[in-house]
Design a protein around this ligand. Structure first.
Ligand code: PLP
Length: 396
Protein backbone atom coordinates (compact mmCIF):
# COMPACT_ATOMS: atom_id res chain seq x y z
CA UNK A 1 0.00 0.00 0.00
CA UNK A 2 1.15 3.53 -0.80
CA UNK A 3 1.97 5.49 2.32
CA UNK A 4 1.35 9.24 2.40
CA UNK A 5 4.54 11.19 3.12
CA UNK A 6 4.09 12.84 6.53
CA UNK A 7 4.63 16.34 5.12
CA UNK A 8 2.35 16.00 2.04
CA UNK A 9 -0.74 18.25 1.92
CA UNK A 10 -3.89 16.38 3.01
CA UNK A 11 -5.86 16.92 -0.15
CA UNK A 12 -4.17 18.20 -3.27
CA UNK A 13 -7.59 18.43 -4.88
CA UNK A 14 -8.63 21.11 -2.39
CA UNK A 15 -5.50 23.10 -3.24
CA UNK A 16 -6.48 23.53 -6.89
CA UNK A 17 -8.00 26.94 -7.62
CA UNK A 18 -11.79 26.42 -7.65
CA UNK A 19 -12.30 28.14 -11.01
CA UNK A 20 -9.95 25.54 -12.51
CA UNK A 21 -10.99 22.55 -10.41
CA UNK A 22 -14.68 22.91 -11.17
CA UNK A 23 -14.29 22.83 -14.96
CA UNK A 24 -14.78 19.35 -16.38
CA UNK A 25 -12.23 18.06 -18.91
CA UNK A 26 -13.20 18.34 -22.58
CA UNK A 27 -16.01 15.93 -23.53
CA UNK A 28 -14.19 15.15 -26.78
CA UNK A 29 -11.05 13.98 -25.02
CA UNK A 30 -12.98 11.88 -22.53
CA UNK A 31 -14.68 10.12 -25.41
CA UNK A 32 -11.54 9.60 -27.41
CA UNK A 33 -9.64 8.12 -24.57
CA UNK A 34 -12.17 5.28 -24.84
CA UNK A 35 -11.79 5.08 -28.62
CA UNK A 36 -7.99 4.96 -28.51
CA UNK A 37 -8.13 1.64 -26.68
CA UNK A 38 -9.65 -0.09 -29.76
CA UNK A 39 -8.32 -0.33 -33.29
CA UNK A 40 -11.41 -1.67 -35.09
CA UNK A 41 -13.29 1.62 -34.94
CA UNK A 42 -14.24 3.96 -37.78
CA UNK A 43 -13.72 7.35 -36.24
CA UNK A 44 -15.85 10.33 -37.19
CA UNK A 45 -14.43 11.83 -34.06
CA UNK A 46 -11.45 14.10 -33.82
CA UNK A 47 -11.72 17.32 -35.82
CA UNK A 48 -8.53 16.86 -37.73
CA UNK A 49 -7.82 16.79 -41.47
CA UNK A 50 -6.94 13.32 -42.77
CA UNK A 51 -4.46 14.87 -45.23
CA UNK A 52 -0.77 15.26 -44.52
CA UNK A 53 0.51 18.82 -44.75
CA UNK A 54 1.33 19.63 -48.43
CA UNK A 55 4.85 18.42 -49.22
CA UNK A 56 6.45 21.76 -50.12
CA UNK A 57 5.48 23.06 -46.66
CA UNK A 58 6.97 20.04 -44.88
CA UNK A 59 10.05 20.35 -47.04
CA UNK A 60 10.54 23.98 -46.02
CA UNK A 61 10.55 22.92 -42.36
CA UNK A 62 12.98 20.07 -43.06
CA UNK A 63 15.37 22.34 -44.96
CA UNK A 64 15.26 24.93 -42.19
CA UNK A 65 16.03 22.28 -39.63
CA UNK A 66 18.94 21.00 -41.70
CA UNK A 67 20.27 24.54 -41.91
CA UNK A 68 20.20 24.83 -38.14
CA UNK A 69 17.28 27.26 -37.93
CA UNK A 70 16.56 26.49 -34.31
CA UNK A 71 16.45 29.79 -32.44
CA UNK A 72 13.77 31.89 -30.75
CA UNK A 73 12.10 34.55 -32.88
CA UNK A 74 10.71 37.97 -32.03
CA UNK A 75 7.87 37.68 -29.52
CA UNK A 76 5.50 38.89 -32.23
CA UNK A 77 6.80 36.18 -34.59
CA UNK A 78 9.03 36.47 -37.65
CA UNK A 79 8.42 39.75 -39.46
CA UNK A 80 8.60 38.00 -42.84
CA UNK A 81 5.72 35.74 -41.76
CA UNK A 82 3.72 38.64 -40.36
CA UNK A 83 4.11 40.43 -43.69
CA UNK A 84 2.78 37.41 -45.60
CA UNK A 85 -0.09 37.04 -43.15
CA UNK A 86 -1.05 40.70 -43.53
CA UNK A 87 -1.14 40.26 -47.32
CA UNK A 88 -3.21 37.09 -47.07
CA UNK A 89 -5.70 38.59 -44.60
CA UNK A 90 -6.06 41.69 -46.78
CA UNK A 91 -6.87 39.44 -49.75
CA UNK A 92 -9.46 37.50 -47.75
CA UNK A 93 -11.12 40.33 -45.86
CA UNK A 94 -10.22 43.58 -47.61
CA UNK A 95 -8.75 44.80 -44.29
CA UNK A 96 -5.14 46.01 -44.04
CA UNK A 97 -3.09 45.26 -40.94
CA UNK A 98 0.33 46.64 -40.20
CA UNK A 99 2.67 43.63 -39.85
CA UNK A 100 4.88 45.62 -37.46
CA UNK A 101 2.37 45.98 -34.65
CA UNK A 102 -1.01 44.55 -35.65
CA UNK A 103 -0.16 40.89 -36.27
CA UNK A 104 0.84 38.42 -33.54
CA UNK A 105 1.95 34.86 -34.28
CA UNK A 106 0.65 32.36 -31.73
CA UNK A 107 0.76 28.68 -30.88
CA UNK A 108 -2.44 27.77 -32.71
CA UNK A 109 -5.72 29.62 -32.59
CA UNK A 110 -6.03 28.00 -29.18
CA UNK A 111 -3.37 30.28 -27.75
CA UNK A 112 -4.62 33.29 -29.71
CA UNK A 113 -8.11 32.86 -28.23
CA UNK A 114 -6.69 32.53 -24.72
CA UNK A 115 -4.58 35.67 -25.13
CA UNK A 116 -7.46 37.68 -26.57
CA UNK A 117 -9.80 36.70 -23.75
CA UNK A 118 -7.22 37.24 -21.01
CA UNK A 119 -6.16 40.59 -22.45
CA UNK A 120 -9.71 41.92 -22.43
CA UNK A 121 -11.64 40.29 -19.60
CA UNK A 122 -11.64 41.72 -16.08
CA UNK A 123 -13.23 39.77 -13.23
CA UNK A 124 -17.00 39.66 -13.59
CA UNK A 125 -17.11 40.87 -17.20
CA UNK A 126 -19.67 39.07 -19.29
CA UNK A 127 -18.63 37.39 -22.52
CA UNK A 128 -21.28 36.23 -24.97
CA UNK A 129 -20.67 33.28 -27.25
CA UNK A 130 -22.91 30.99 -29.26
CA UNK A 131 -23.47 27.35 -28.37
CA UNK A 132 -23.10 24.53 -29.44
CA UNK A 133 -19.55 25.77 -29.64
CA UNK A 134 -15.94 24.76 -29.74
CA UNK A 135 -14.99 23.30 -26.37
CA UNK A 136 -12.53 25.94 -25.19
CA UNK A 137 -14.54 29.17 -25.19
CA UNK A 138 -16.48 28.76 -21.93
CA UNK A 139 -13.47 27.49 -19.94
CA UNK A 140 -11.18 30.26 -21.26
CA UNK A 141 -13.64 32.91 -20.10
CA UNK A 142 -13.86 31.23 -16.69
CA UNK A 143 -10.06 30.96 -16.41
CA UNK A 144 -9.97 34.74 -16.99
CA UNK A 145 -12.55 35.20 -14.16
CA UNK A 146 -15.15 36.37 -16.65
CA UNK A 147 -18.74 35.20 -16.85
CA UNK A 148 -19.65 33.10 -19.89
CA UNK A 149 -23.06 34.03 -21.32
CA UNK A 150 -24.41 31.54 -23.82
CA UNK A 151 -26.66 32.22 -26.78
CA UNK A 152 -28.14 29.01 -28.04
CA UNK A 153 -28.25 28.52 -31.80
CA UNK A 154 -30.94 26.20 -33.11
CA UNK A 155 -31.32 23.70 -35.90
CA UNK A 156 -34.54 25.48 -36.95
CA UNK A 157 -32.38 28.56 -37.74
CA UNK A 158 -29.63 26.47 -39.38
CA UNK A 159 -27.57 27.19 -36.24
CA UNK A 160 -27.15 30.81 -37.35
CA UNK A 161 -26.67 33.51 -34.74
CA UNK A 162 -29.29 36.23 -34.85
CA UNK A 163 -29.30 39.75 -33.52
CA UNK A 164 -32.61 39.01 -31.81
CA UNK A 165 -31.04 36.20 -29.77
CA UNK A 166 -28.08 38.42 -28.87
CA UNK A 167 -30.31 41.28 -27.71
CA UNK A 168 -31.83 38.96 -25.10
CA UNK A 169 -28.44 38.24 -23.51
CA UNK A 170 -26.64 41.56 -23.59
CA UNK A 171 -26.27 43.49 -20.33
CA UNK A 172 -24.35 46.44 -18.91
CA UNK A 173 -21.54 44.04 -18.00
CA UNK A 174 -21.14 42.57 -21.49
CA UNK A 175 -17.70 43.33 -22.90
CA UNK A 176 -17.03 40.77 -25.57
CA UNK A 177 -18.70 38.68 -28.22
CA UNK A 178 -16.94 35.52 -29.44
CA UNK A 179 -17.85 34.34 -32.91
CA UNK A 180 -16.93 31.18 -34.79
CA UNK A 181 -18.30 30.79 -38.30
CA UNK A 182 -18.07 28.32 -39.97
CA UNK A 183 -18.81 26.70 -36.64
CA UNK A 184 -17.33 23.70 -34.92
CA UNK A 185 -19.42 21.52 -34.25
CA UNK A 186 -22.44 22.43 -36.41
CA UNK A 187 -20.82 23.50 -39.68
CA UNK A 188 -23.09 26.57 -39.64
CA UNK A 189 -22.22 29.64 -41.68
CA UNK A 190 -23.61 33.16 -41.60
CA UNK A 191 -25.09 35.09 -44.51
CA UNK A 192 -23.70 38.51 -45.22
CA UNK A 193 -26.85 40.16 -43.85
CA UNK A 194 -26.54 38.17 -40.57
CA UNK A 195 -22.98 39.39 -40.20
CA UNK A 196 -23.99 42.99 -40.87
CA UNK A 197 -26.81 42.75 -38.31
CA UNK A 198 -24.44 41.36 -35.69
CA UNK A 199 -21.92 44.11 -36.45
CA UNK A 200 -24.61 46.76 -35.94
CA UNK A 201 -25.47 45.13 -32.59
CA UNK A 202 -21.80 45.12 -31.56
CA UNK A 203 -21.33 48.79 -32.43
CA UNK A 204 -24.56 49.83 -30.72
CA UNK A 205 -23.56 48.08 -27.48
CA UNK A 206 -19.91 49.15 -27.75
CA UNK A 207 -18.57 45.59 -27.61
CA UNK A 208 -15.39 44.02 -28.91
CA UNK A 209 -15.57 40.95 -31.12
CA UNK A 210 -13.14 38.05 -31.14
CA UNK A 211 -13.79 36.15 -34.33
CA UNK A 212 -12.31 32.66 -34.73
CA UNK A 213 -12.19 32.12 -38.48
CA UNK A 214 -10.11 28.97 -38.52
CA UNK A 215 -12.53 27.27 -40.93
CA UNK A 216 -13.12 30.26 -43.22
CA UNK A 217 -11.47 28.68 -46.28
CA UNK A 218 -13.66 25.61 -45.83
CA UNK A 219 -16.92 27.24 -46.93
CA UNK A 220 -18.74 25.32 -49.63
CA UNK A 221 -21.86 27.08 -50.85
CA UNK A 222 -20.97 30.76 -50.58
CA UNK A 223 -17.87 32.90 -50.11
CA UNK A 224 -17.03 33.42 -46.45
CA UNK A 225 -17.73 36.95 -45.26
CA UNK A 226 -15.86 38.14 -42.16
CA UNK A 227 -17.29 40.55 -39.60
CA UNK A 228 -14.00 42.46 -39.73
CA UNK A 229 -14.88 43.45 -43.31
CA UNK A 230 -17.93 45.44 -42.16
CA UNK A 231 -17.13 49.18 -42.01
CA UNK A 232 -16.48 50.26 -38.42
CA UNK A 233 -15.55 46.76 -37.22
CA UNK A 234 -11.80 46.73 -37.74
CA UNK A 235 -11.44 49.04 -34.75
CA UNK A 236 -13.28 46.65 -32.44
CA UNK A 237 -12.33 43.21 -33.75
CA UNK A 238 -9.66 40.68 -32.93
CA UNK A 239 -9.42 38.49 -36.00
CA UNK A 240 -8.09 34.98 -35.28
CA UNK A 241 -6.98 32.48 -37.83
CA UNK A 242 -4.48 29.67 -38.22
CA UNK A 243 -2.98 26.98 -40.35
CA UNK A 244 -4.31 23.84 -38.61
CA UNK A 245 -7.42 23.11 -40.62
CA UNK A 246 -7.31 24.49 -44.17
CA UNK A 247 -3.61 23.64 -44.60
CA UNK A 248 -3.76 20.38 -42.62
CA UNK A 249 -1.08 21.64 -40.24
CA UNK A 250 -2.51 20.80 -36.80
CA UNK A 251 0.80 19.46 -35.47
CA UNK A 252 2.69 22.62 -36.43
CA UNK A 253 0.57 24.54 -33.87
CA UNK A 254 0.41 27.79 -35.80
CA UNK A 255 -2.12 30.55 -35.41
CA UNK A 256 -2.27 34.33 -35.49
CA UNK A 257 -4.22 37.31 -34.24
CA UNK A 258 -4.77 40.57 -36.10
CA UNK A 259 -6.03 43.57 -34.18
CA UNK A 260 -5.45 47.30 -33.58
CA UNK A 261 -2.02 47.98 -32.02
CA UNK A 262 -3.21 48.50 -28.42
CA UNK A 263 -4.96 45.13 -28.39
CA UNK A 264 -2.14 43.34 -30.19
CA UNK A 265 0.36 44.69 -27.69
CA UNK A 266 -1.77 43.61 -24.74
CA UNK A 267 -1.99 40.08 -26.15
CA UNK A 268 1.72 40.11 -26.93
CA UNK A 269 2.51 40.93 -23.30
CA UNK A 270 0.82 37.77 -22.07
CA UNK A 271 2.33 35.75 -24.90
CA UNK A 272 5.80 37.12 -24.15
CA UNK A 273 5.68 36.07 -20.51
CA UNK A 274 4.00 32.70 -21.06
CA UNK A 275 4.96 31.33 -24.46
CA UNK A 276 7.79 33.62 -25.56
CA UNK A 277 7.28 32.85 -29.24
CA UNK A 278 5.81 30.25 -31.57
CA UNK A 279 8.28 27.53 -32.73
CA UNK A 280 10.56 28.85 -35.46
CA UNK A 281 10.30 25.78 -37.71
CA UNK A 282 6.54 26.10 -37.74
CA UNK A 283 6.87 29.76 -38.60
CA UNK A 284 9.15 28.95 -41.52
CA UNK A 285 6.67 26.31 -42.70
CA UNK A 286 3.86 28.86 -42.49
CA UNK A 287 5.75 31.32 -44.69
CA UNK A 288 5.91 28.54 -47.27
CA UNK A 289 2.19 27.78 -46.70
CA UNK A 290 1.36 31.31 -47.77
CA UNK A 291 3.23 31.00 -51.08
CA UNK A 292 0.34 29.31 -52.92
CA UNK A 293 -2.47 28.86 -50.40
CA UNK A 294 -5.33 28.83 -52.89
CA UNK A 295 -3.68 25.99 -54.79
CA UNK A 296 -2.84 23.97 -51.64
CA UNK A 297 -6.29 24.31 -50.20
CA UNK A 298 -8.32 23.74 -53.39
CA UNK A 299 -7.80 19.97 -53.55
CA UNK A 300 -8.64 19.39 -49.89
CA UNK A 301 -11.62 21.74 -50.15
CA UNK A 302 -13.04 19.78 -53.09
CA UNK A 303 -12.56 16.52 -51.26
CA UNK A 304 -14.28 17.74 -48.07
CA UNK A 305 -17.16 19.11 -50.12
CA UNK A 306 -17.65 15.75 -51.81
CA UNK A 307 -17.56 13.94 -48.46
CA UNK A 308 -20.01 16.43 -46.98
CA UNK A 309 -22.43 15.68 -49.80
CA UNK A 310 -22.05 11.92 -49.38
CA UNK A 311 -22.55 12.00 -45.60
CA UNK A 312 -25.45 14.40 -45.78
CA UNK A 313 -27.28 12.37 -48.45
CA UNK A 314 -26.77 9.24 -46.35
CA UNK A 315 -28.39 10.84 -43.29
CA UNK A 316 -31.27 12.17 -45.36
CA UNK A 317 -31.80 8.75 -46.97
CA UNK A 318 -31.92 6.98 -43.63
CA UNK A 319 -34.45 9.53 -42.37
CA UNK A 320 -32.19 11.24 -39.84
CA UNK A 321 -32.87 14.97 -39.59
CA UNK A 322 -29.64 16.73 -40.46
CA UNK A 323 -28.84 20.34 -41.22
CA UNK A 324 -26.71 20.63 -44.38
CA UNK A 325 -23.57 22.37 -43.12
CA UNK A 326 -22.15 25.17 -45.23
CA UNK A 327 -18.62 24.98 -43.86
CA UNK A 328 -15.92 23.31 -41.71
CA UNK A 329 -15.89 19.49 -41.81
CA UNK A 330 -18.57 18.53 -39.31
CA UNK A 331 -22.10 17.27 -39.56
CA UNK A 332 -24.48 17.63 -36.62
CA UNK A 333 -27.37 15.18 -37.12
CA UNK A 334 -30.34 15.23 -34.75
CA UNK A 335 -30.71 11.90 -32.99
CA UNK A 336 -32.91 13.11 -30.13
CA UNK A 337 -35.96 11.15 -31.27
CA UNK A 338 -34.47 7.67 -30.79
CA UNK A 339 -35.11 7.51 -27.04
CA UNK A 340 -31.43 7.77 -26.05
CA UNK A 341 -29.36 10.66 -24.76
CA UNK A 342 -26.51 11.80 -27.02
CA UNK A 343 -24.02 10.07 -24.75
CA UNK A 344 -25.95 6.81 -24.66
CA UNK A 345 -26.39 6.93 -28.43
CA UNK A 346 -22.66 7.54 -29.01
CA UNK A 347 -21.66 4.82 -26.53
CA UNK A 348 -23.95 2.24 -28.09
CA UNK A 349 -22.87 3.22 -31.60
CA UNK A 350 -19.29 2.47 -30.65
CA UNK A 351 -20.17 -0.66 -28.73
CA UNK A 352 -22.49 -2.20 -31.29
CA UNK A 353 -21.20 -0.88 -34.63
CA UNK A 354 -17.67 0.35 -33.90
CA UNK A 355 -18.40 3.85 -35.19
CA UNK A 356 -17.19 6.77 -33.10
CA UNK A 357 -18.88 10.17 -33.11
CA UNK A 358 -18.89 12.80 -30.37
CA UNK A 359 -22.03 13.35 -28.26
CA UNK A 360 -23.42 16.84 -28.95
CA UNK A 361 -23.27 17.62 -25.22
CA UNK A 362 -19.47 17.81 -25.57
CA UNK A 363 -20.18 21.24 -27.11
CA UNK A 364 -22.54 22.55 -24.43
CA UNK A 365 -25.80 21.39 -22.87
CA UNK A 366 -27.82 22.54 -25.89
CA UNK A 367 -25.96 19.92 -27.93
CA UNK A 368 -28.19 17.30 -26.27
CA UNK A 369 -30.02 15.38 -28.98
CA UNK A 370 -27.16 15.72 -31.49
CA UNK A 371 -24.00 13.94 -32.52
CA UNK A 372 -20.94 15.51 -34.12
CA UNK A 373 -19.67 13.51 -37.07
CA UNK A 374 -16.43 14.73 -38.62
CA UNK A 375 -16.19 13.96 -42.34
CA UNK A 376 -12.45 14.57 -42.65
CA UNK A 377 -12.25 10.80 -43.02
CA UNK A 378 -11.69 8.61 -46.10
CA UNK A 379 -14.75 8.38 -48.36
CA UNK A 380 -15.02 4.58 -48.15
CA UNK A 381 -14.89 4.81 -44.35
CA UNK A 382 -17.66 7.40 -44.36
CA UNK A 383 -19.77 5.14 -46.58
CA UNK A 384 -19.18 2.14 -44.31
CA UNK A 385 -19.88 4.23 -41.19
CA UNK A 386 -23.18 5.37 -42.72
CA UNK A 387 -24.18 1.77 -43.50
CA UNK A 388 -23.49 0.82 -39.89
CA UNK A 389 -25.30 3.91 -38.61
CA UNK A 390 -28.41 2.99 -40.63
CA UNK A 391 -28.25 -0.57 -39.29
CA UNK A 392 -27.91 0.76 -35.74
CA UNK A 393 -30.92 3.08 -35.88
CA UNK A 394 -32.90 0.32 -37.60
CA UNK A 395 -32.60 -1.65 -34.36
CA UNK A 396 -33.66 1.20 -32.03
N1 PLP B 1 -11.05 27.02 -32.99
C1 PLP B 1 -11.91 26.09 -33.43
C2 PLP B 1 -13.27 26.50 -33.78
C3 PLP B 1 -11.51 24.75 -33.56
O1 PLP B 1 -12.38 23.84 -34.03
C4 PLP B 1 -10.20 24.38 -33.19
C5 PLP B 1 -9.76 22.98 -33.27
O2 PLP B 1 -10.51 22.06 -33.44
C6 PLP B 1 -9.35 25.38 -32.72
C7 PLP B 1 -9.79 26.68 -32.64
C8 PLP B 1 -7.93 25.07 -32.31
O3 PLP B 1 -7.12 25.29 -33.37
P1 PLP B 1 -5.52 25.30 -33.31
O4 PLP B 1 -5.07 23.98 -33.79
O5 PLP B 1 -5.14 26.40 -34.25
O6 PLP B 1 -5.13 25.59 -31.91
Amino acid sequence: MLKMKPNAPKSLHSRIAPHVRDIPPSGIREFFDIVSTRDDIISLGVGEPDFATPWHIREAAITALEQGVTSYTSNYGMLSLRREIAKYVARRTGVDYNPENEVLITVGVSEAMDLAVRALVSPGDEVIYHEPSYVSYGPLVTFAHGKPVVVETKKEDEFRLTRKALEKKVSKRTRLLLLNFPTNPTGAVLRREDVEDIAAFVIEHDLIVITDEIYSELSYDAEHFSIVSVPGMRERTIYLHGFSKAWAMTGFRMGFACAPPELTEAMMKIHQYTMLCAPILSQVASIEALKKPEEDIAEMHASYEQRRNVMHSAFVEMGVECFRPGGAFYMFPYIGNFGLTSKEFAERLIEEESVAAVPGTGFGPCGEGFLRCCYATALDEIEEAMTRFARFIGRL
